[in-house]
Design a protein around this ligand. Structure first.
Ligand SMILES: Nc1ncnc2c1ncn2[C@@H]1O[C@H](COP(=O)(O)OP(=O)(O)O)[C@@H](O)[C@H]1O
Ligand SMILES: [Mg+2]
Length: 305
């Protein structure tokens, strides 16, 4: 193992000692439109996050598309409670075009369903991956924001999506294994040319634990990779998440006021600071619109006038 990597891992292992102070966002962090959610480790909450952030962003008036780029274990359709006729599997086999398989989910979120359990999707030949990436580029004009849910691990497929996204939202939990995998993912992403990373800490047992986790990862990333890491916020561990998955109704719809849903909606409010939806106003607008019983698209239009 290279010396700096060993040192980075030791620094991550000492994460519990991180100072528990609030973290300022990186100055000048850019809003980006094609976001890949990645983590290295599986089961940290990427899919849950993508589905619920998509709904929150759609609520605030954005045209949002979700692309299930988990080419082995696709399940975003389950979270949205939809049963698509065609999936990315049909696209990869040349039977459908990407634009033809877009399904509309709750709040008008456009969904490109992934192809679960399809062997040929789990590790695409290089040419096919490039073709897929080009077709995704062409979807940009249909949406303001595209959120791509990627698979666990750091396969060439995942790195392909990580590299071509405008920004990578790295999801981790406070677990040391998740944190080291998140670091490894950023290191590999950087080697492939990606340097725009943001961080969300999921399943935190307390605000202090989330802050300590973020601080450690931010400082190690800065020190060993020379990269800024924009901290978007954290989501607490919340039993409503698994209840919503069992109900196949996204959290934001089944339990909009539970702690995890409230945090996710706050994160959605911080993601695109240039859109007039500053963190506070984004959340506040959502709450006010809900109270007033009007859609947030109307709310956004009203603010634009
Ligand atoms: N904030 C949370 N609190 C409690 N459970 C969560 C939370 N986020 C995700 N989970 C649970 O963790 C599991 C993995 O989530 P998922 O979104 O599928 O992760 P990934 O896509 O990273 O593999 C699911 O069973 C989900 O219910
Ligand atoms: Mg997933």
């Amino acid at each position: 193992m290279i010396a700096d990597q060993a040192e980075a891992l030791r620094a991550l292992a000492g994460m519990a000692k991180a100072r528990q102070e609030p973290i300022n966002r990186e100055p000048g962090a850019e809003a980006a439109r094609l976001l890949a959610f990645a983590s290295g480790k599986g089961g940290v909450g990427k899919t849950t996050m993508v589905a619920n952030l998509a709904l929150a962003l759609a609520e605030s008036g954005h045209r949002v598309m979700v692309l299930d780029a988990d080419l082995g274990l696709a399940n975003i359709d389950l979270l949205f409670g939809i049963s698509p006729t065609y999936t990315l599997g049909n696209v990869v086999r040349g039977e459908q075009s990407l634009a033809d398989i877009i399904t509309t989910g709750p709040k008008g979120v456009m969904i490109v369903p992934g192809g679960s359990g399809l062997k040929e999707l789990a590790d695409l030949p290089r040419l096919r991956r490039q073709e897929l990436i080009h077709s995704i580029q062409r979807l940009r004009e249909r949406a303001d924001i595209i959120l791509m849910d990627t698979a666990a691990g750091v396969s060439q497929d995942v790195l392909g999506f990580v590299t071509f996204a405008d920004r990578v939202v790295v999801v981790t939990t406070p677990e040391p294994t998740a944190v080291t995998d998140a670091y490894a993912l950023m290191k590999l992403g950087l080697q492939e040319g990606q340097s725009n990373f943001a961080l969300v800490v999921n399943m935190a047992k307390s605000a202090a634990e989330a802050t300590a986790t973020a601080k450690t990862l931010i400082s190690v990333t800065k020190r060993f990779l020379g990269l800024p890491l924009d901290y978007l916020g954290s989501v607490p561990v919340d039993a409503h998440v698994s209840s919503s998955i069992r109900q196949q109704t996204p959290l934001a719809l089944a339990f909009p006021d539970c702690p995890a849903a409230v945090s996710l909606s706050a994160i959605a409010g911080t993601m695109f600071p240039g859109d007039g939806l500053a963190p506070e106003t984004g959340v506040l607008a959502g709450v006010l619109c809900r109270l007033a019983g009007i859609g947030n698209r109307q709310g956004k239009r009203a603010r634009e006038q």
